[in-house]
Design a protein around this ligand. Sequence first.
Ligand code: TYD
Length: 137
Amino acid sequence: MSLHDCRLIDLPRITDVRGNLSFIEGGRHVPFDIKRVYYLYDVPGGETRAGHAHRALQQFVIAASGSFEVILDDGSNRRTQALNRSFFGLYICPGIWREMVNFSSGAVCLVLASEYYDEADYIRDYEAFRAYARRRE
Ligand code: TYD
């Protein structure tokens, strides 16, 4: 459960003069079975999304259109990952604080998730997250 476990994953690309196609199969291209899909869109310029961690949820985040940045924080280290093409995505393991910033106009953030929505899985307070990360070490 550290930043090293969060990684970019390249997706299959079927290139075609009619337009390209990529696909994702649960358990194959992402390391979990996909239970839920959601997407963020119409994000006003300058807005921040997320700003929380998950205890158990695994996610795979794709810039289906446009671009944005994901700030990842494991309680000790922080890094920023830019997502700007729809043929790769970012795997986020459990226990990582994340914020999503710098959405371009028209950006669509597509998220594949390993679990159904469960508010009890969220840690929404940063200091509570830091304490959780310290206990985990
Ligand atoms: P939240 O996960 O806090 O948004 P983000 O992290 O993308 O900024 O969710 C915002 C609201 O939407 C919150 O009230 C819970 C609700 N929600 C669902 O009902 N189902 C879902 O699958 C998700 C992701 C959120």
